[in-house]
Design a protein around this ligand. Structure first.
Ligand SMILES: O=C(O)CCC(=O)C(=O)O
Length: 290
């Protein structure tokens, strides 16, 4: 096979440990351009919470660079090596840690709050837009923790925890086992939806930006929310479990944005299912990630 498909040893390493890195994704020049495009849009829309939220939560629908990236074979080939030829992008989102800030991401498993029914059918590709190091808040993974299945989490609602409910694992995590996911700009890591992972604050002088792309296979189902959306990025969808995502005709096309609002409301239904606090209004100032 040509392209960027993983060889057997790397695919096996992913299955053993629940993650793989570094995996080359885009060139450092492309990563720099995408970072610039993102920072420009976020800077321009800082005072428009609605638009700011789109950039964070559905960047593939509002940023041309991300729209192209989610279909890029340099990202999809390695993912196909692990999940097969039919791939949907279920979501995309930025994780940004501003310099000298205390924001962190608590220990968690991704699939706990997404309402999806099968943890063997989801992978995150996390692409570094700028070098990511221990000093600026690189992710940390616990090897083989994906084998524990889904475990209990608790909601902390801490503002400094970037996750939607400030959630964290309610089981002990042996941080001595943790691996720092240091990446050069343009590289990515791949991780399993049940892997224990977190990331500490960024005390450094530089902003840390990562773009997380969540891929699933079409057999997956949304079992908590009423409806869910995804974009077919490779192969075929023989199941139709997900509604197609709106495709704005141009960057921040207002017609597309109405549909995106409806989509974000559906997302809130499963992210906040059973939570004590209500989901924030779509377009609210606070931007939480997953
Ligand atoms: O970027 C981070 O610090 C955390 C990202 C994360 O938890 C994820 O992509 O699943």
């Amino acid at each position: 096979m040509t392209g960027r498909f993983l060889d057997r040893a790397r695919a096996e390493a992913y299955r053993e440990r629940g993650y793989l890195f570094p995996v080359p994704a885009v060139s450092s020049a492309e990563a720099r351009d995408l970072r610039q495009e993102t920072e420009d849009l976020l800077g321009r829309t800082r005072d428009q919470p609605h638009v700011f939220q789109y950039t964070f939560n559905v960047p593939h629908l509002v940023l041309p660079g991300v729209h192209a990236l989610v279909r890029d074979s340099r990202i999809l080939d390695p993912v196909e090596s692990l999940m097969g030829p039919n791939l949907l992008l279920w979501s995309a989102g930025f994780f940004i840690k501003e310099p000298h800030t205390t924001d962190f991401v608590g220990w968690h498993q991704d699939l706990r709050y997404w309402g999806l029914d099968d943890d063997s059918r989801e992978i995150t590709a996390w692409i570094a837009l700028g070098d990511v190091t221990r000093d600026n808040g690189a992710m940390r993974f616990i090897p083989e923790s994906h084998r524990h299945g889904m475990v209990e989490h608790r909601d902390t609602w801490l503002d400094s925890n970037q996750l939607s409910r400030g959630q964290e694992l309610a089981v002990d995590v042996d941080e001595n086992q943790a691996v720092d996911v240091e990446l050069k700009s343009g590289e990515m890591s791949l991780h399993h939806g049940s892997l224990y992972h977190s990331s500490p604050a960024n005390p450094s002088a530089s902003r840390r930006i990562g773009l997380a792309l969540r891929f699933i296979t079409p057999e997956m189902r949304q079992v908590v929310g009423e409806a869910d959306y995804a974009t077919l990025v490779r192969g075929e969808d023989g199941f139709g479990h997900f509604r197609p995502e709106p495709e704005p005709a141009f960057d921040l096309d207002p017609a597309g944005l109405l549909e995106i609002d409806a989509m974000l409301r559906e997302m809130n239904a499963y992210y906040y299912a059973g939570a004590e606090e209500k989901a924030p209004e779509v377009g609210a100032r606070r931007v939480r990630t997953r």
